[in-house]
Structure formats: C-alpha cells, structure tokens
Write a protein that binds this ligand. Sequence first.
Ligand SMILES: CC(C)[C@H](C(=O)O)[C@@H](O)C(=O)O
Ligand code: SF4
Length: 457
Amino acid sequence: MTQRPKTLFEKIWDAHHVAQTAGGAHLIAIDRVFLHERTGASALKSLAASGRPVRDPARVFAVMDHIVDTRIGRGDDTLMPGGSAFITETRAAAQAAGITLFDVNDPDQGITHVISPELGIVLPGATLVAPDSHTCTQGALGAFAWGIGSSEAEHAMATGVLRLDRPKTMRVTFNGTLASAVTPKDMALHLLATYGAGGGAGHVVEFAGEAVTALDIEGRMTLCNMATEFSAMTAIIAPDAKTYAYLAGRRHAPASFDASYWSKLTTDDGATFDREIVIDAATIAPMVSWGTSPEHSMAVTGSVPKGPDRAHAYIGLEAGQTLLGTPIDAAFIGSCTNARLSDLRRAADLLRGRHIAPTMRKALVVPGSSAVKRAAEAEGLDKVFTAAGFEWRASGCSLCFYAGGESFPEGSRTISSTNRNFEGRQGPGIRTHIASPETVAASAIAGAIADPRELAR
Ligand SMILES: CC(C)[C@H](C(=O)O)[C@@H](O)C(=O)O
Ligand code: SF4
C-alpha cells in the first residue's frame, strides 16, 4: 500500500505524536527546551516549587540574552532597573535543575535563536520549544520549533510532551531569483506587506521554492524569524545538503547524518497544504517599514501608503510621502533576525571606508552571539564598524526591545535590522523603521533612509 503524500511538517508531527486526548488535542514529544533569563527563571522556579524535577535535564538549555548588558565588560549588572534579578534567579534555578546554562560571560553565550543552531542544539526533524515568540527562527534548520508560554515550558520540562491542537499548514513558495542587494529580510517584509500581519494565523508555514533553496542557512533563519510577525505558529524549511554542512561538527549535533532518514525530511510531491502562496522573488525590492506594524512595510523607493491614522501619527509620516531621504537619528544592527556573521559582513562591506552622517545621534552593532563577535573581530569587522562611527557591543538582544534601561536618544527616528516596529518597542516614543542590515548601513551613512543599491553600485 502506498502512503499518502505528506508535508514535511506532517512527517515531524507524526514522528512525535504520542497520543490524542479525548477532547481531540494531541500530545507531542518535545526533544529540546530552550530558556532565556527573561521568561525562563519563572518556569524553572514554578516547576521546582511544585516539587517536580526536570524530566531530562540533558534536553534543556538556558542562556542569558534579553536583559544582559551589552556594553563591553559586563557582569550581572544591567541597565534595566531591577534587571539583575532575572540573571541571578535564572542562574540559580538552572543550576538547581541541572540543565545546561550559557551564562553571561560563557564563550557560547548569545541570543537563543542564534546559539541554538550555532551549537547544533536544534536539528532537522526535531521538536524544540522556547518561551519566546521568535523560536520560529530555528525552523530554518528543518525542525518543528515554536514559541510557547512559561507555563507550557514548565509542562514540557516536567513531562517531555506538550498538548497541542493540530495547526493548519501553509506553503509560501518564492520562485525565481532575488535581485541584487535584496535579502531574506526583504522577502519577509514583502510577504508581510502583501498578505498582512495576520496572514499566517494558525498555520505552520513551509518556505519553499528556488529563492529559498538558494539562501544560505543564516538567510533562511532571517526569513523564518519573521513568521511570528505573520502570526504563524512557526515556519519550517526542508533541510538539504547546506543544512547538513552547516551542522557538521557543531558541538551538540550528531557526528554524522543518516541519509536514509534525513533525506526523507521533505514535503512529498502531491502533498497538500491548507493554503498556498506563490511569490515571484524577482519582484521584491529592498523594503523598509513605514509604520508601527511589520505589515506597514514598503519598497524603499515607494511612497507611504494610507494606513491607520494612529500609525501615521506615531511615526510622523503622511500617506503619499516618499521614505527615501527621511532623516534618521539612530541606527541599530542586531537581533535574532539579522546579527549573524553574514549579516555583519554585508553591512561592513557597505561601511568600509565610509562614515555615518554627522547628524546621527547613536549607531550600534550588537553581534548575535559571542561566537559571532569573536569571528567578526577575527576578520576585523569590529574595526570597520567603529571606524565608520558605530559602537561595537557584546552580544545580546540589546535595543531590539526596550527592557526599561537603555534606549535611543529621546524622540529618535531609528533604522533597525530587527523584526518589530511597534510603538515603544525600542523605547518610549522611539520611531522604528525595520530593514535589512544593508539598508541600515546605507541609511546611517546618508543620515536618512537610503536605498542600499545606490551604495552597492
Ligand atoms: C521577552 C520575550 C518573551 C519576547 C518574545 O517572546 O518574543 C521578546 O524576545 C521579543 O522579541 O519581544
Ligand atoms: S533579539 Fe529581539 S526578537 Fe530576538 S529574542 Fe531578543 S528581543 Fe526577541
């Protein structure tokens, strides 16, 4: 009997399906749990308080990324008022639970979704959960990886399973080839601008097509990172030879990949999705957000569309205005979206021998992990950034989100390689424009929103 064709997601789901409850929910086996200090300590503490151990500590990892101070020479002190408690409590709870902790000054420290792939913790065909909405990033390795709440994290650690309603499936196919200076960030913003921030609600989104296969693993992570901005449960990309080459030799990855199993981790011909979207990659331009939702995004050369009045009022841009040439005060290159080595290299390529505009009030680069920082320094990228007028920091989430301490100068209009441009996301009153690292670099040089293609020529 031939088997019904299955999507990649269905194969991972079926392989991890433990049972179905009387109410119709499913119990899914969880291979890895990843915690960070912003939400992790509460899950660990609540578990300990209930007298239950972590069922299998070897499958649970924690890192300090959200609250840590990214100024060089840090300890447990942080700019967030009261923030040190997140760090010290996570450390104590992680040690008591016997899980692996990447502490503040650990050489493997970094943003959760950067270090999990870097260390080979997330694997093709595996399930991974973390109490963080951008866990979808890790689907780029071919895992079913999704963000959960703290109480679900507690449940997963105690039992090794989670209760789920079966998500719907969607395939987003990017056919053709990206134009030069167009990046995975632009693909994500194009998808959001076209189909809306609610477009993926309730779905596991498989990204497929030539333009996705052509991406390197770091680019695939950028694309998957923004699935949560699309309201998707998560995203996934079929693993291929690039995935295996990326993972080879990573500390927690298996010594070899069994081709007979791993090569089956693809969507079968004839498998069906609840929804399909097809995009011609060649039509995508460098994108910048104009408003206060990632769906408020547009081609950098376009004019601002009519959106909600409140978004126009907050961002201070009218419908019909061009974005190009809009003065900016600050620039940020960082986050789990766009702070991997390839991102820093591409931004540095544009900044080499140039300087940010004298009107810029703050510009900083925060590497996605301590390993990325070391690798960038070994290539001299830190020198390129500092010579261009950027601050060079230690790794962490930093100004991707406002934790209550550091922000941009009051009233700043900021261009940022991050994933969220909500009101107040980077600090009270801060106006955020999200874009690729190339567009951030080009705009910092111009002191105004700029088209990276102009510099790349
Ligand atoms: C603090 C954390 C729970 C949050 C998330 O879940 O995404 C943060 O990482 C973010 O990007 O807003
Ligand atoms: S870098 Fe930003 S988006 Fe990513 S986990 Fe940290 S705060 Fe969230």
